[in-house]
Design a protein around this ligand. Structure first.
Ligand code: ATP
Length: 336
């Protein structure tokens, strides 16, 4: 890939499309200086849960461009439930700065609205661009992405409503390079079901047990937490309300049944979420947004055939079919 490493920012970044207007308004004796800057360039990585967006963002950020990442997943903005919400672990971030990731106190701010995200992420983008780095927006909440980049955003409208959605704004306030990591749903579903088992193996149950213990205390003070809707929380609620956090699910047959039911519901709801996310991305695409679709299906299929043994075949396919084309797309955008 070294041959396509661009310099960033490109040499003509600052000069191109730049004009300075100086005007003297009659009503005030002030000098007004307007800098008509070109819209900021940003990369937006879209895709359903589990499609490899975080991995691609790190691949792009570390190998080729000095970049910083802004999370656009509405559950990952909160502190806590790191395994349950699939936050990228610290050791996988490879020192790439991440913003709006786990910084909000879930009991202080029960729901971050798309408008809140629009202003917080816009301020972060300005700060990153000021450091002459490339902002990469990464996350599965398409309502957040829409609110951030639409030139006019009406908090009362819903462009993703199933019946009679409001029109999609086609004017964007950033010069966006949209990359859509797509995986055929049957293959993604198979992966997502397996991923839930892996998340449980790596501590999701204990994490939720702690959450419910804490939530009990909070509930008595009447607070509601921003993480209450994260997949895993409502599904495990019957288990923890009934049995509490002590003891293991395998301790008795009744616990086991309620536990298995929660796991089944998590798997089903994760697959449903992925399907809804793809629907929302397709809505933006068919409204004319220039989303560049990359198909990661083969890489996922190879990873599952490997059975987790990582023979390198899947990484090779990912490199050829996802990473390399994304690099070319981003490079082209930066040189425009
Ligand atoms: P909506 O309009 O339904 O809010 P959206 O595009 O704004 O959709 P999504 O990111 O699709 O938001 O999230 C919708 C729901 O999916 C969340 O409220 C939550 O239940 C679940 N969800 C999303 N991301 C995660 C995550 N990282 N971990 C756990 N659950 C999640």
């Amino acid at each position: 890939f070294k041959s396509i490493v661009p310099s960033f920012p490109p040499p003509n970044w600052a000069q191109k499309n730049y004009s300075t207007t100086v005007s003297r308004r009659k009503d005030h004796h002030h000098l007004h200086v307007h800098l008509d800057q070109p819209p900021q360039k940003i990369v937006v990585i879209m895709g359903p849960t589990g499609s490899g967006k975080s991995r691609l963002s790190i691949d792009l950020a570390t190998r080729f461009f000095p970049s910083e990442i802004i999370n656009s997943d509405k559950m990952q903005v909160y502190r806590g439930l790191d395994i349950t919400t699939n936050k990228i672990p610290m050791h996988d971030r490879l020192s790439v700065p991440h913003h709006l990731l786990g910084h909000l106190d879930p009991s202080q701010r029960p729901d971050l609205s798309p408008s809140d995200f629009r202003s917080a992420a816009a301020a972060t983008i300005s700060a990153i661009s000021f450091r002459r780095k490339l902002p990469l927006v990464v996350g599965g909440s398409n309502s957040f992405i829409y609110s951030l980049v639409a030139n006019r955003f009406d908090p009362g409208s819903d462009v993703f409503r199933e019946s009679h959605p409001d029109p999609v704004c086609s004017e964007l306030r950033y010069d966006c390079c949209f990359i859509w990591v797509d995986v055929a749903l049957p293959v993604l579903n198979q992966y997502l079901r397996k991923r839930v088992d892996e998340m449980l193996d790596s501590g999701m149950f204990d994490e939720l047990a702690d959450y419910f213990e804490f939530d009990d205390e909070e509930a008595s003070r009447g607070t509601r937490t921003g993480l209450r809707k994260a997949i895993g929380v409502p599904e495990f609620e019957p288990y923890f309300r009934r049995f509490g956090g002590g003891g293991a699910p395998k301790d008795d047959p009744l616990r086991r049944v309620v536990y298995e039911e929660a796991v089944r519901a998590i798997k089903d709801n994760t697959c449903q979420l992925a399907k809804r996310q793809v629907g929302k991305i397709q809505r933006l695409k068919s409204a004319g947004w220039d989303l560049k679709r990359l198909d990661a299906t083969e890489a996922f299929r190879a990873a599952m055939e490997d059975g987790g043994s990582d023979s390198g075949k899947s990484s090779e396919i990912w490199g050829k079919q996802v990473l390399e084309p994304s690099m070319k797309i981003v490079k082209r955008k930066l040189e425009e």
